[in-house]
Design a protein around this ligand. Structure first.
Ligand code: DX5
Ligand code: ZN
Length: 296
């Protein structure tokens, strides 16, 4: 197999106050890439009265009754993020609740993809001044197109967007990512069928990496989901030369599953940063990938 093992410590588990020295430490310990998780939270949602078109803007975290200016209609609404329930089903529940009442849900002004908030282009730009390392950026946002320009300018190396939010514009995204000199990748959440990324790999202007999420995106330190390995196996069989990255819950106890399935880019946050000897974990991850490749 021609694909090289790449070990990418996830900086989400690093000490953000010392990002530059954390980056240097990881490179010295043998990291090939530095994985940078970029996520945003929603700001507010918009709701309109069916009767008089009065507009409400709900800040996230808001819960309560709505009484509109025509005073005839009211309903109960809540902003799911503030309740700590942030998955799609709750968002739908919010929508249903509003629909049942007389208000029209006009859409979120800024929609969340994951319930967390991390770093953005300014941090990438600052870090770039301290390191030449490959910055493997994983965009957990609903509007990746908006980040291509700023991240390109900031010095990102890889730009991986989620297929779930890019069905309409992935061609434009890939083209713009490449034009900014970055390597385009596409990520899939655990519940998304792998077939959804085929058109992006088979395209004339293809993505150059597929990131298979092995936990629900959002947080470090979650439990690896072994059932996501079928996707890695399927991809490796179909695309022997493709960079296949796995992200979430990877460490000494789970690497064999991912490596034997065919993953070659390994993101590892808590298992590396939480180790007494991070260099040993990085080298163990690399050895597992290389050994699995020799045995395949
Ligand atoms: C989760 C992020 C991961 C995370 C992995 O949404 O995409 O990159 O940092 O952390 P661990 O390795 O701790 O699961
Ligand atoms: Zn990630």
């Amino acid at each position: 197999m021609g694909v090289k093992a790449k070990i990418a410590p996830s900086m989400l588990s690093s000490d953000f106050a010392n990002l530059a020295s954390e980056a240097h430490r990881m490179v010295e310990f043998g990291a090939d890439w530095l994985h940078m998780d970029i996520m945003v939270r929603p700001l507010s949602s918009k709701i309109r009265c069916r009767n008089c078109s009065f507009n409400f803007t709900l800040q996230f975290g808001w819960v309560g009754f709505l009484l509109c200016s025509c005073s005839n209609f009211y309903g109960f609404a809540f902003s799911c993020v503030g309740l700590g329930n942030t998955d799609d089903s709750v968002l739908l529940a919010q929508y249903e609740l509003i629909k049942l009442s007389v208000f029209i849900f006009d859409g979120l002004l800024a929609v969340h993809f994951v319930p967390n908030l991390t770093i953005g282009a300014p941090v990438i730009e600052s870090l770039r001044k301290h390191t030449k390392a490959y910055l493997d950026c994983h965009l957990m946002v609903t509007n990746p197109l908006d980040y291509v320009e700023p991240l390109g300018k900031a010095g990102a190396s890889g730009f991986t967007f989620h297929v779930e939010v890019s069905k309409e514009n992935w061609q434009e995204l890939v083209q713009r990512i490449k034009s900014k000199g970055m390597k385009p990748g596409v990520a899939v959440k655990p519940g998304t069928p792998v077939e959804e990324v085929y058109p992006l790999i088979d395209s004339e202007n293809p993505v150059e990496m597929v990131l298979v999420m092995t936990v629900e995106p959002g947080f470090g330190g979650q439990k690896f989901m072994p059932n996501t390995m079928d996707k890695v196996r399927t991809l490796r069989k179909k695309y022997p030369e493709l960079d296949i990255e796995v992200d979430g819950g990877l460490g000494p106890s789970t690497i064999e599953m991912a490596a034997s399935a065919g993953a070659n880019c390994i993101v590892a946050g808590s298992s590396v940063f939480g180790a007494a000897e991070p260099a040993q974990v990085i080298s163990l991850l690399r050895n597992s990938v290389e050994e699995a490749q020799r045995n395949s």
